[in-house]
Design a protein around this ligand. Structure first.
Ligand SMILES: CC(=O)N[C@H]1[C@@H](OP(=O)(O)OP(=O)(O)OC[C@H]2O[C@@H](n3ccc(=O)[nH]c3=O)[C@H](O)[C@@H]2O)O[C@H](CO)[C@@H](O)[C@@H]1O[C@H](C)C(=O)N[C@@H](C)C(=O)N[C@H](CCC(=O)O)C(=O)O
Ligand SMILES: Nc1ncnc2c1ncn2[C@@H]1O[C@H](COP(=O)(O)OP(=O)(O)OP(=O)(O)O)[C@@H](O)[C@H]1O
Length: 615
C-alpha cells in the first residue's frame, strides 16, 4: 500500500497519560514534556553507531573506499591529531592529478604537461583560486571559465581541466592541462574524489520542497544534537560545519565543489550526520551528483522558480532527482508529506521497497500526524501521533505551516531510528526560532510586527492565514518580489496580500538588474492597477481603495515602505513584513547594500515610540 510504513509495528496511539494532557495549559519551554508510547522494532539507526557500522562496512567493501579511509586517517594526522572536541580542525587534502583522475574515473580526451603535479584544492571560480589549486573551466550562461585561465595561472593554479583545446604556451606557470568532454559533468566526480567521498561516511538527510526546507533542517539539527550527535547543516541561512559556528551561505545548495569541501570539514570534525536543503536548481545543475544521501524528505510543492525551470513539470522533475537516489532499502529512507497532491509522484521515485515514513496534518493515515494543536503568537503546541507513540511538543516556531515542519522533523526522527521519542521532542523544542521565519519584533509597541521570509505565493497565503487566526484588528502587509526571478508569482502574491490583509504596501525586494518600478507594475497587474495609476494618485494625493475596500500603497524604497507600515500601526493591528526574512542585504543593480528588515522594523518602532511618548 502506498502510504504504509511496513517496517514498524502498529502505532501505540494512546497511553494512560494522554487524557490528562491538555493543550490549553501553557508550560514554560524548559518545562515542556512529552514521551508517551512504547519502543518499537527499530530500523537501523542512521547517524548512530549501528548505522555507521552498516554504512562503513558497505564502504569498506569497495577498494576505492579502503584507500579513502587510509587517506582520511593520514589527513587527520597531518591536521595535527585526532578529532578535537573543542576546536575546529581544518583538514588538509593533497593528491597528484594522476591519482585524482584515476580515482574519480574521469577519462581525459587529451593530457598535456606533468600529471604528477600535486593538487591542494579544486575550484571552478577564478576569483577564489589559491596557490596549488586545480582550476576546472565550466561554461555557464553568463560567462565561460575558459576565459579566466591567465587569471588563475597568476593566482597560482597548478593545473587546469578544460573542455576546449587551449594553448597554455610557455608563458603560463601552470604544470598540466587536461581536456575532457564535459567539465560540468566531471566537476562533482573530481570534487568527491579529492575530498574522499565524505558523504559516504555520514548520514545525509536531504530536504526538498518549495517551502519549509530551512526550518525543517534546523529542527533536524536540533534533534541530532539532542541525541548527542554532531551534525552539519547546509542551507539558505548559513552553512554550519562545526557545532554552532557558521559560514555565510552563498547558495541554498552549495556548488559541487563546496558541498564536498564542507562535508569533508564536517566529517573531519566529528559530524555523524549532515542535513541539507536540496534546491531544484542545485539538483538540476548537478551540485549534488556525488552526494550519497540516506534520507530524502519532501515538504511540499507549489509553483516557483519558473524563471529557471520554465515549466512546473520540469521543476517537479528536478526535485524528483533526490528521491530517485533512494534505491537501497537498507541504507535509504523516504519521508513524504502526504497532504501534498504530489506525494505519490515523489513516493514512486527510486525503489518502491525503500522504507517510507509519511507525515500530514489533514491525512490521518499518515504515520506522523497531529492529534491536537494550538497556535498563538508566542508558541505552537502540538500533540503528535507517531508509530512509536504520542509526542507532545511545544515550540517557539509559529504558524500552521510550522506544524508541517515539526511533523517532517518527527518523521525523519522515526525514519532514522532516533533513540527515543524524547530525543526527538527535546531536539525540536530546542529550536525556539529560525532566523527570519515568523520573527516577532517587539519594542514594546501596542501592535504586533512579524518579519518572515515568505517569498512564494503559497508561503504568503499561509502566513497571512496564520496571522488572521490571531484575530488582529487589521493586517498591514509589506511585500515585494525579487528581480531576475520568476515573474509569474508577482501578480499572484500581490493579489493574495490584498485578499488577506486590510492594508498592503508594495515595495522592492532585491530588484537585481530589473527596474524596481517594472516589478511593481507586474505586481499591480494582479489587482488590475498599474504604476501609471499610482503616479496619478500621488499627484492628487488620493489613493482610492480597491473594490474590496483594501488600501493599497506603493513605495519602491523598502525602508520607506516599512516606516509607513509602522507609522500606520494601531493597537491590535499586526504588521507583516514579508520576503527577506534573515537576509541582511538588498541587491539593486550590481550593488549589494546592507539591509535587514528586522533592524528596519526596530528602528521604525523606536521612532514611533519616541513620537508617541512625546505626545
Ligand atoms: C542556475 C545556476 O545555478 N546558475 C549558477 C551557475 O551559473 P552559470 O552556470 O551560468 O555560470 P556563470 O556565472 O556563467 O559562470 C561560468 C563559470 O565561470 C566561472 N567564473 C565566473 C566569473 C569569474 O569571474 N570567474 C570564473 O571563474 C564560474 O565560477 C563558473 O564556473 O554557476 C554560477 C557560479 O557558481 C552561479 O552563480 C549560478 O547561480 C545562479 C546565478 C543562481 O542565481 N542560482 C540560484 C537561482 C540558485 O541556485 N538558487 C537555489 C535556491 C533557490 C531557492 O530555494 O530559493 C540555490 O540552491 O541557492
Ligand atoms: N511547511 C511550509 N509550508 C508552506 N510554507 C512554509 C512552510 N514552512 C515555511 N513556510 C514559509 O516559507 C518561508 C520560507 O521558509 P523556509 O526558509 O523554511 O523554506 P525554504 O524551503 O527553505 O525556502 P528557501 O529555499 O527559499 O529558503 C517561511 O518564512 C514561511 O513563510
Amino acid at each position: 500500500m502506498a502510504f504504509s510504513f511496513t517496517l514498524l509495528s502498529p502505532p501505540t496511539l494512546l497511553s494512560p497519560h494522554y487524557n490528562q494532557f491538555s493543550l490549553k495549559t501553557r508550560h514554560p519551554h524548559h518545562h515542556r514534556r512529552h514521551l508517551l508510547g512504547e519502543p518499537f522494532r527499530r530500523l537501523p539507526a542512521i547517524g548512530v553507531e549501528k548505522f555507521q557500522q552498516i554504512h562503513c562496512q558497505a564502504a569498506r567493501d569497495s577498494k576505492v573506499q579502503e584507500e579513502d579511509f587510509r587517506k582520511n586517517e593520514s589527513d587527520l594526522e597531518e591536521s595535527n591529531g585526532k578529532i578535537n572536541e573543542d576546536r575546529f580542525v581544518e583538514p588538509k587534502f593533497k593528491m597528484s592529478l594522476a591519482e585524482l583522475l584515476d580515482d574519480s574515473k574521469v577519462v581525459p580526451l587529451s593530457v598535456y604537461g606533468d600529471l604528477g603535479v600535486q593538487i591542494t584544492g579544486i575550484q571552478h571560480d577564478s576569483t577564489v583560486i589559491s596557490a596549488g589549486d586545480l582550476f576546472v573551466c565550466c561554461v555557464g550562461s553568463r560567462t565561460d571559465g575558459h576565459l579566466y585561465i591567465n587569471e588563475v595561472d597568476k593566482r597560482g593554479a597548478v593545473a587546469v581541466i578544460a573542455s576546449k583545446e587551449i594553448n597554455i604556451g610557455d608563458t603560463l606557470r601552470c604544470k598540466a592541462l587536461v581536456i575532457v568532454e564535459d567539465t560540468d559533468l566531471v566537476l562533482p566526480l573530481l570534487a568527491a574524489s579529492f575530498y574522499r567521498y565524505p558523504s559516504k561516511n555520514m548520514a545525509v538527510i536531504g530536504i526538498t520542497g518549495t517551502n519549509g526546507k530551512t526550518t525543517t533542517s534546523y529542527l533536524i539539527k536540533g534533534m541530532y544534537e539532542a541525541m548527542g550527535l554532531r551534525i552539519g547543516l547546509l542551507g539558505t541561512v548559513a552553512y554550519y560545519v562545526y557545532g554552532d559556528n557558521k559560514l555565510e551561505s552563498s547558495y541554498t545548495t552549495p556548488d559541487a565543489v563546496l558541498v564536498q569541501n564542507l562535508m569533508a570539514k564536517m566529517l573531519h570534525n566529528g559530524s555523524k550526520a549532515v542535513v541539507m536543503e536540496v534546491s531544484s536548481q542545485g539538483l538540476a545543475v548537478g551540485r549534488c551528483n556525488m552526494v550519497d544521501f540516506n534520507v530524502a524528505v519532501f515538504t511540499n510543492l507549489t509553483r516557483d522558480h519558473l524563471d529557471f525551470h520554465v515549466t512546473e513539470e520540469e521543476y517537479r522533475k528536478a526535485k524528483a532527482k533526490l528521491f530517485q537516489m533512494m534505491v537501497d532499502p537498507e541504507r535509504h529512507r523516504k519521508v513524504v508529506n502526504i497532504d501534498d497532491p504530489n506525494a505519490h509522484f515523489f513516493i514512486a521515485q527510486g525503489n518502491p521497497d525503500v522504507p517510507l515514513v509519511t507525515f500530514a496534518m489533514d491525512n490521518k493515515n499518515a504515520d506522523v500526524h497531529p492529534l491536537e494543536f494550538e497556535l498563538s503568537l508566542f508558541e505552537t503546541q502540538v500533540l503528535v501521533n507517531t508509530p512509536r507513540g504520542v509526542l507532545k511538543i511545544s515550540s517557539g516556531l509559529l504558524g500552521r505551516h510550522n506544524i508541517y515542519n515539526i511533523l517532517a522533523a518527527v518523521a525523519v526522527g522515526i525514519a532514522v531510528g532516533a533513540d527515543s521519542l524524547e530525543d526527538i521532542g527535546r531536539g525540536i523544542e530546542k529550536v525556539d526560532a529560525v532566523p527570519g521565519r515568523c520573527e516577532v519584533i517587539d519594542e514594546g509597541q501596542a501592535f504586533g510586527v512579524i518579519v518572515d521570509y515568505a517569498h512564494t505565493p503559497d508561503a504568503v497565503y499561509r502566513l497571512l492565514d496564520f496571522v488572521r487566526e490571531l484575530a488582529p484588528k487589521r493586517i498591514i502587509t509589506v511585500l515585494g518580489c525579487g528581480g531576475d526571478r520568476d515573474q509569474w508569482k508577482r501578480p499572484t502574491m500581490a493579489k493574495i496580500s490584498t485578499d488577506k490583509s486590510e492594508v498592503t504596501i508594495l515595495t522592492s525586494d532585491n530588484p537585481r538588474s530589473e527596474d524596481p518600478l517594472d516589478i511593481l507594475d507586474d505586481m499591480l497587474a494582479g489587482v488590475g492597477r498599474t504604476m501609471q495609476d499610482y503616479l496619478k494618485y500621488e499627484e492628487n494625493d488620493y489613493y482610492p481603495p480597491l473594490p474590496n475596500g483594501h488600501q493599497l500603497f506603493v513605495h519602491s524604497t523598502r525602508r520607506v515602505a516599512i516606516r509607513s507600515a509602522v507609522a500606520m500601526g494601531k493597537e491590535g493591528d499586526m504588521i507583516v513584513v514579508a520576503g527577506k526574512g534573515h537576509e541582511t542585504y538588498l541587491i539593486q543593480g550590481d550593488k549589494k547594500e546592507f539591509f535587514d528588515d528586522r533592524e528596519e522594523c526596530r528602528d521604525a518602532l523606536k521612532y514611533v515610540n519616541v513620537l508617541s511618548q512625546a505626545g
